[in-house]
Design a protein around this ligand. Structure first.
Ligand SMILES: NC(=O)c1ccc[n+]([C@@H]2O[C@H](COP(=O)([O-])OP(=O)(O)OC[C@H]3O[C@@H](n4cnc5c(N)ncnc54)[C@H](OP(=O)(O)O)[C@@H]3O)[C@@H](O)[C@H]2O)c1
Length: 336
């Protein structure tokens, strides 16, 4: 297939919160396929905070994520349709999710980091959220890393977001008591009233620390942290003895210009806590169990996926910046 395609590249490194000026839409020729490759026309881009980690010096050897070079396509997942193929395993018309599809209209893949999806199981956007990276991160973080038990009292930060909402709903489906921490009254009402969390605490409210203490009562067995920063520090005081902390992310620190000083480790020592970070990609052996369990919970109504969808490639930077500021409600997705 010949012709032109549009993509979004990194124009300059953000200083703090990214601005639209850090991004540029460029036009490029659609490359010619080689043997073993196929061309995907992307229909959706799933936005993720990890793209921000790649736009900083954090990406240069200090983190797990390869940095995006100036002029490079911004990292992101896509869902699309195979429109041309020279790969024996992929046919024209297949629907696929590309883990590293990028913020672009078309992507060439060799089949690595590619998942074929069945749209009769769930609509396309769910494959980027509840049945995609977000849901899988929640599932493996709770089960493979956090060793969740039905008797656990579980707390989760960024609780109305793509990963956090899945964490709380999976924990509820497994019988746990769940405390969610989110920004603002609307998000707190949503996780409690619509998703069925037991408690919701607004970290932006003036009484955050006392409300957190009331909701947690120092009895949190498993804290799934997406946020880091002040929320993590406050949560350390709410852990049960021998509690576990699963470190999924630290979005409060991604835009920081200076190194975080971090909390005192005294509560970790005093309560004999286990703290363990994880990357979803190390837990792919859980994929079949994840698909089975989350599909079942979704069909039973125990998991209600929520997506925040915007239209047009040109909307991507604003939607991404909005997500980093908490303007999203559920998984942030761009429809191309
Ligand atoms: N380890 C892994 O393999 C893995 C995989 C996927 C994602 N992650 C991590 O999981 C976390 C959540 O990602 P997501 O895709 O689900 O994003 P998300 O929760 O849908 O969106 C980000 C949310 O973070 C919250 N937030 C932003 N700044 C904050 C701050 N300073 N303090 C507290 N909360 C803040 C906002 O919610 P509020 O309005 O509530 O503030 C915002 O809606 C990220 O840290 C991400 O890097 C890790």
């Amino acid at each position: 297939m010949s012709g032109k395609t549009r993509r979004i590249v990194l124009k300059s490194l953000p200083k703090g919160l990214p601005t639209p000026d850090n991004f540029e839409i460029v036009e490029a020729d659609i490359p010619v396929l080689r043997d073993g490759e196929f061309l995907v026309r992307n229909a959706y881009i799933g936005l993720a905070p990890s793209s921000r980690i790649r736009m900083s010096e954090l990406g240069s050897g200090k983190s797990y994520a390869e940095p995006t070079p100036i002029g490079g396509v911004i990292y992101g997942q896509t869902l699309g349709t195979v429109v041309e193929t020279r790969h024996p395993g992929y046919a024209v018309g297949d629907t696929v999710v590309l883990t590293a599809g990028g913020w672009q209209e078309v992507t060439i893949s060799d089949g690595s980091l590619t998942t074929r999806v069945d749209l009769s199981v769930a609509p396309p956007t769910h494959w980027l959220g509840a049945l995609g990276v977000s849901g899988l991160s929640a599932y493996v973080g709770l089960i493979d890393v956090g060793h969740i038990q039905p008797t656990d009292c579980v707390a989760v930060s960024a609780a109305s977001g793509a990963v956090g909402a899945m964490v709380g709903q999976i924990a509820k489906a497994m019988g746990c008591r769940v405390v969610g921490i989110a920004g603002g009254a609307e998000k707190c009402a949503y996780i409690k009233d619509e998703l069925g969390f037991d408690e919701a605490v607004d970290y932006r409210a003036a009484d955050f620390e006392s409300a957190l203490a009331n909701a947690c009562a120092g009895e949190i067995d498993l804290f799934f942290d997406n946020v880091g920063g002040a929320v993590r520090t406050a949560m350390l005081g709410q852990m049960n003895t021998f509690g576990r902390i699963v470190v999924c992310g630290m979005i409060a620190e991604y835009n920081s210009l200076s190194s975080a000083t971090g909390p005192s480790w005294l509560p970790i020592l005093s309560k004999r806590l286990t703290v363990r970070g994880f990357l979803m990609r190390d837990h792919m052996h859980m994929y079949d169990a994840f698909m089975r369990d989350v599909s079942n919970w979704m069909h039973a109504g125990a998991i209600k996926p929520r997506e925040d969808i915007v239209d047009g490639l040109e909307s991507t930077p604003e939607a991404f910046i909005g997500m980093l500021r908490g303007k999203n409600f559920g998984k942030t997705i761009v429809r191309l």
